[in-house]
Design a binder for this molecule. Structure first.
Ligand code: FE
Length: 194
C-alpha cells in the first residue's frame, strides 16, 4: 500500500521565509529576488504537482476514481499534501459541466498541488465577480462556454480546497504521463481555462 506523506504544516511558507532571511543576512535581497522566488512557487513548483495528479488521473481510471472519492488521500499517493491542502476536493469537468474555483472571503487555495495563488485570484474583482457573473469573467480569461455547459462555482474555505480535473485531450495516444502533465496549466486546474 502506498503511504501518505504529510509534510510539516506551513512548510512552503517556512521555506520562503528561510530563504528570504538568508538573503537579507547576506545583503543580497531585493524585491526582484523575492518576486522570483514567489514566481517559482506560482508558476513552476506548485502547478507542476497538480499537473502530475491530473495526468495520472487521465491515464489511470482507478486512480481517477480514488482522486474523486478522496482527493487528499489520492494526492498523498504521489507524495503531495500538507499545509493548505488537508482537505482537498477534486472536481471533474465533463462535456456538460465546467467547474471553477474562487475564494470569496480571501485567497484560500490548494498549495500542495498549485503552489501560491496568482495575484488576480486574490483580487476583489475576481472574488466578487466570479460568483455574480462567472461566464463574463471566464470570457475575460478567453474561456467561452456554450449555454448547454453548466458552470459550477466553488467557494474555497479554510477547511476545503478545490482542484479542477480538466477534460482529457481527445487523443492521448503516443503521449506518456509526463507529456500529458505538460499540457496542464494552473489556470486549467483553477477552472478559468477549460
Ligand atoms: Fe480564503
Amino acid at each position: 500500500m502506498t503511504g501518505h506523506h504529510p509534510r510539516t504544516k506551513g512548510s512552503s511558507e517556512q521555506r520562503v521565509e528561510a530563504i528570504e532571511a538568508l538573503l537579507i543576512e547576506r545583503g543580497l535581497i531585493t524585491s526582484d529576488v523575492v518576486d522570483a522566488i514567489v514566481g517559482t512557487y506560482e508558476h513552476d513548483v506548485g502547478p507542476m504537482n497538480g499537473a502530475r495528479v491530473v495526468a495520472r488521473a487521465w491515464v489511470d481510471p482507478e486512480y481517477r476514481a480514488r482522486l474523486l472519492d478522496d482527493g487528499t488521500s489520492a494526492v498523498g499517493e504521489l507524495g503531495l499534501g500538507g499545509a493548505e491542502g488537508e482537505h482537498l476536493v477534486v472536481l471533474e469537468n465533463t462535456e456538460d459541466v465546467h467547474h471553477v474555483v474562487v475564494c470569496t472571503l480571501c485567497s484560500c487555495y490548494p498549495w500542495p498541488v498549485l503552489g501560491l495563488p496568482p495575484q488576480w485570484y486574490k483580487s476583489f474583482a475576481y472574488r466578487s465577480r466570479m460568483v455574480r457573473e462567472p461566464r463574463a469573467v471566464l470570457a475575460e480569461f478567453g474561456t467561452t462556454l456554450s449555454d448547454d455547459v453548466e458552470v459550477r462555482v466553488w467557494d474555497s474555505s479554510a477547511e476545503v480546497r478545490y482542484l479542477v480535473l480538466p477534460l482529457a485531450p481527445d487523443d492521448m495516444s503516443g503521449q506518456d504521463e509526463d507529456e500529458l502533465a505538460g499540457l496542464v496549466t494552473r489556470d486549467h486546474m483553477i477552472g478559468v481555462v477549460r
